[in-house]
Design a protein around this ligand. Structure first.
Ligand code: HEC
Length: 139
């Protein structure tokens, strides 16, 4: 999936470069600027707010959110609620991790606390996670 996307983006970049040459622009093509949220932005939030517990030896070791493990531990991985995965690419409203940080997990029968326990993340941090999931939850 992600390899396919990269291929598509690569082709678009090549096409854009060709278009420029055809219009007589002899300068090098501008590198594409990707302003969308990346997993690195999400991992930064995990590093700051989550890994103290979500780590081997921590109180929530079953869902590790360290840089080495987080992606594989959450994307398309079943949550504690039957039939709901932690992160469903392109579907933040169906992603249990998003529900936990929004505090809406109770609506589908989830238990425990919102994440991090005791307070909600800053709205802009929640937005980063949501946008990453909406964008396909790419690695
Ligand atoms: C103080 C420790 C602590 C911190 C910090 C923390 N968690 Fe948790 N987390 C837990 C515990 C304990 C559970 C299990 C009980 C529950 O669901 O409340 C849990 C459960 C979860 C679950 C549900 C897993 C499932 O399948 O039920 C998700 C998703 C989650 N945390 C994500 C996060 C994220 C994202 C952050 C950071 C924004 C975070 N947590 C910060 C302790 C923590």
């Amino acid at each position: 999936m992600s390899r396919y996307r990269r291929l598509v983006v690569g082709c678009l970049v090549v096409a854009a470069g060709c278009g420029k040459l055809e219009t007589g622009d002899t300068g090098p093509a501008e590198p594409p600027v990707d302003t969308s949220v990346t997993f690195a932005d999400v991992q930064e939030i995990f590093d700051d707010q989550c890994v103290s517990c979500h780590v081997a030896g921590g109180v929530m070791a079953t869902v590790p959110l360290t840089a080495a493990e987080a992606y594989d531990a959450i994307v398309n991985v079943p949550s504690s609620v039957d039939g709901v995965v932690l992160v469903k690419p392109q579907a933040p409203d169906d992603s249990y991790l998003v529900m936990k940080v929004r505090g809406t997990y109770g609506e589908i029968g989830g238990g425990g606390d919102s994440m991090p326990p005791g307070f909600l993340l800053a709205q802009n941090h929640i937005d980063v996670i949501v946008e990453w999931v909406e964008g396909g939850a790419l690695p």
